[in-house]
Design a protein around this ligand. Structure first.
Ligand SMILES: Cc1cc2nc3c(=O)[nH]c(=O)nc-3n(C[C@H](O)[C@H](O)[C@H](O)COP(=O)(O)OP(=O)(O)OC[C@H]3O[C@@H](n4cnc5c(N)ncnc54)[C@H](O)[C@@H]3O)c2cc1C
Length: 438
């Protein structure tokens, strides 16, 4: 079977690898000059910056398997302790959780949540769901932190039930969020005692080495700089067109952010293009600043800091050099700040100098940064993070109903079933399996 995979992010790479391992004749088309999509790393002046993900969860088993299979086992590095998180709220940066994050009234209302427990009905936004349970103050802040930290998203548009499936199922099962969270934490502790959980991890030369290794393993089957511009029916398969040519395949995997897949299938199947095109992408910029440690009043020790209100313009900052060794020269810290997202997309297009300045001033306020950074880098994701917004289940059902009519076409990529790198890789694997079962 001759299969075209369109999109060389981790979803497309994972699909191509599986297809190849099972004997299919694969060609992977990637628009840019390098594979990896949102995953990539950049070393400069003793700093190691990431374009997108900085760490993967211990539960990211498929990515671990792909890393091991690509000869990177010795490069897997666990995240360092402490994993402390900070929140910037009402002009102060505090450890989370800690007293003082909420007013007395707000905190009291939040702990009374079991009395406000309710059945999960319909498809509320993340903000509606959390405010209904925790009260206006704690609910608004919690929704802002969750939406910003995972999706660079808008809590007033993300689906409370589907963007955070664990949250949805806890409320579904327990009605009370607090009771459900406590019982989930207890069960997780019991499991961890039986079999210790794996910690978050990365790769010594950055997460970009995983797509690099996967791309290298594909050899000439990977076509870089090949943006696919058309997809037409050809017999039971498809004819693909790209700037450099045209070729026919028995089957195709579209491993692209949903609106980009929509653009390719618009002629072929308007019924598929329509729900795919409804996904919003939240653009984001990552601004890395390398600073002297002694110029930070709040030491950058831990996982990072999130903005809980509009007191900062950045969404949050990862303490990159605290999470993993070797990310900054001795005596320095690497801070990776996220800017833009669904609530402030226009910020992503600020000139580099203004973005650096915005982050420097916010970090002055939030962490007491003084002095001038010794290293700065801006990386933009204009094709941003897919948002699991209200109406997701209905959109997914329309996609599934239509794709069932196209046995030689498979969809992959972040957004359909989760937005983590692991979810994207899993979707690539599932797409490959669908075609292999033909
Ligand atoms: C800032 C940021 C931080 C993140 N942090 C984390 C994290 O901490 N943990 C985590 O698990 N996940 C994180 N993610 C999410 C994760 O990185 C993505 O979900 C995942 O990498 C998406 O992979 P993908 O293959 O679905 O899509 P992409 O990486 O978007 O790949 C799609 C590829 O298709 C190519 N392409 C587009 N159009 C065409 C065309 N017409 N023809 C050919 N090729 C085309 C693109 O150039 C791109 O390479 C983060 C994402 C971002 C943006």
């Amino acid at each position: 079977m001759k299969v075209a995979v369109v999109g060389g992010g981790i979803a497309g790479l994972s699909a191509a690898r599986r297809l190849l391992d099972r004997g299919a004749d694969v060609e992977l088309f990637e628009a840019e000059g390098r594979a990896g999509g949102k995953i990539g790393s950049h070393a400069e002046a003793g700093f190691l910056a990431e374009n997108g993900p900085h760490s993967l969860l211990g539960s990211a088993e498929l990515l671990r398997e792909l890393a091991v299979g690509s000869g990177l086992e010795a490069e897997i590095v666990p995240a360092q302790k402490p994993a402390t998180r900070f929140v910037h709220l009402r002009g102060a940066t505090r450890r989370a959780p800690s007293f003082g994050i909420f007013s007395l009234g707000g905190a009291t209302r939040a702990v009374l949540e079991p009395f406000f427990a309710r059945r999960l009905e319909g498809d509320p936004t993340l903000e509606e769901l959390l405010v209904a349970h925790l009260g206006r103050e704690a609910g608004t802040v919690a929704a802002r932190l969750m939406a910003g930290g995972s999706y660079a998203g808008d809590p007033g548009r993300l689906s409370g039930r589907h963007a955070f499936e664990a949250l949805g199922s806890i409320v579904e099962r327990h009605r009370s969020l607090l009771v459900g969270v406590l019982s989930t934490v207890r069960a997780a502790r019991r499991r961890a005692r039986a079999a210790p959980r794996r910690t978050s991890w990365s790769l010594a030369r950055g997460l970009g080495s995983l797509p690099e290794a996967l791309a290298a393993s594909l050899g000439p089957r990977l076509r870089l700089g090949a943006r696919v511009t058309s997809l037409a029916r050809a017999g039971g398969g498809f004819e693909l067109g790209w700037a450099g040519g045209r070729a026919s395949f028995d089957a195709a995997v579209l491993a692209l952010p949903p609106p980009l897949s929509a653009a390719l299938v618009r002629e072929l199947s308007p019924a598929l293009a329509s729900p795919l095109g409804e996904f919003e992408l939240a653009p984001a910029a990552i601004v890395d600043l390398g600073v002297r440690e002694d110029e930070l009043r709040l030491p950058a020790r831990g996982f990072g800091m999130l903005a809980g209100d509009d007191g900062l313009r950045l969404l949050g900052t990862l303490f990159s050099s605290s999470m993993f060794l070797g990310r900054a020269p001795a005596g320095h810290a690497l801070l990776a700040s996220f800017v833009g997202g669904a609530r402030r997309p226009e910020l992503v297009d600020l000139p580099d100098g203004e973005l650096v300045d915005l982050c420097r001033r916010d970090l002055e306020r939030a962490m007491g940064l003084s002095g001038t950074p010794v290293f700065a880098r801006v990386f933009r994701h204009r094709v941003g993070i897919p948002q699991i917004a209200v109406g997701h289940a209905e959109r997914l059902a329309r996609i599934e109903a239509e794709i069932a009519r196209w046995p030689t076409l498979a969809l992959a990529g972040a957004g359909l079933r989760g937005v983590s790198a692991e979810a994207a890789a899993q979707s690539g694997l599932a797409a490959a399996e669908r075609l292999l079962s033909l």
